[in-house]
Design a protein around this ligand. Structure first.
Ligand SMILES: [Zn+2]
Ligand SMILES: [Zn+2]
Length: 335
């Protein structure tokens, strides 16, 4: 923990004081807020901007002082937007800065960089320290992440009981994700004695708060008769609730159910529309399935151009089989 505080201190002092040093501190780890490069003098050695310069995320103006001179946005607010950009490269300088301000969300992000070894060496002890620091601030996502670490057992020795403890802490702090994980422990039954009633209790608690994964799990329990009497109609109802709550998996599965006519009457229009909805939500399996249907004319008229369009989307979303299908489609065209 001491090591973490020292490092955070260095990042904090260096970023915070960059360009505005009140007193002399060690500047060797100064992170350029603009590009994430290291500034070893008054200027960034990578992009050449003065150390401490930042780009306003609202209007794009380059600034050196605490608030944007064009729109008035504060440096903190701007870095906040940058840190949550979802792009690890872009977010890095902002994450450093905000973690240095002891922001629990930024500490969880910083843990992720230590886990990946991105911009710094992989360091499991630091991952755990960052997460624990944020968790001790009653930040539920940090407890969930700690739960995942002990559950997966990649960074540390797997410890299901510790994992459940972390999830319970997160659940007590209002995390629906944690409730879902706890439910899966009881449904799965490999760690604790299987107890479908208890699993459903957790799923229902989370579902009441609109958790799509839990709605999906309840649907599955009704489909399989786990802890409840098997009820395909209720299962469909819960799949639809999960889909409405934004689960792309539920949309994809509904598409499959309507197209296969499995456990409901076959309805091609409905099936296609659920697949399209799933694809809109980024589900690559649905994209590939649509490509396949249009390639071979299954339930639709064959349409190679439409097939190619879906395969391309699926491949861009990371599906290797769609990339192969796209290539074979192109090869067929050239013949
Ligand atoms: Zn730079
Ligand atoms: Zn601005």
């Amino acid at each position: 923990m001491k090591k973490l505080l020292v490092i955070l201190g260095v990042i904090c002092l260096s970023v915070f004081s960059a360009g505005f040093a009140e007193e002399s501190v060690s500047w060797e780890h100064r992170v350029c807020l603009e590009c994430g490069g290291e500034a070893d003098g008054d200027f960034c050695s990578v992009c050449g901007k003065p150390a401490g310069a930042w780009n306003c995320s609202a209007c794009g103006t380059e600034n050196l002082t605490g608030s944007c001179r064009s729109c008035g946005m504060s440096r903190e607010a701007s870095l906040d937007v940058q840190a949550s950009s979802g792009n690890l490269m872009t977010a890095w300088p902002a994450v450093c800065y905000l973690a240095g301000q002891s922001r629990p969300d930024a500490l969880v992000s910083l843990a992720h960089y230590y886990e990946l070894g991105l911009f710094m060496p992989k360091d499991t002890a630091m991952v755990l320290s960052c997460l624990q620091l944020a968790a001790d601030m009653d930040y539920a996502p940090a407890w969930v992440k700690l739960g995942r670490v002990y559950d997966q057992g990649e960074l540390v020795t797997r410890d299901y009981y510790k994992s459940m403890e972390c999830y319970q802490k997160a659940a007590d702090l209002g995390s629906v994700e944690a409730l879902w994980y706890l439910g899966t422990f009881y449904e799965d039954g490999s760690t604790v004695r299987r107890n479908y009633d208890k699993a459903l209790e957790y799923y229902r608690q989370a579902a009441e708060k609109g958790d799509a994964d839990s709605l999906m799990s309840i649907a599955y329990c009704y489909a399989e008769g786990r802890g409840v009497e098997r009820n395909p109609d209720l299962a469909m109802e819960y799949y639809e609730k999960a889909a409405e709550a934004g689960s792309s998996l539920a949309c994809d599965y509904l598409g499959y159910l309507y197209l296969s006519g499995e456990s409901t009457s076959k309805d091609v229009e409905k099936g296609l529309s659920w697949y399209r909805k799933a694809a809109e939500l980024g589900n690559s399996r649905s994209m590939a399935a649509l490509g396949y249907m249009y390639q071979y004319g299954i339930d639709v008229d064959p349409d190679p151009a439409e097939a190619a369009r879906w395969y391309e989307q699926a491949a861009l979303a990371g599906r290797a089989d769609a990339l192969e299908a796209l290539a074979s489609l192109d090869a067929g065209k050239e013949k």
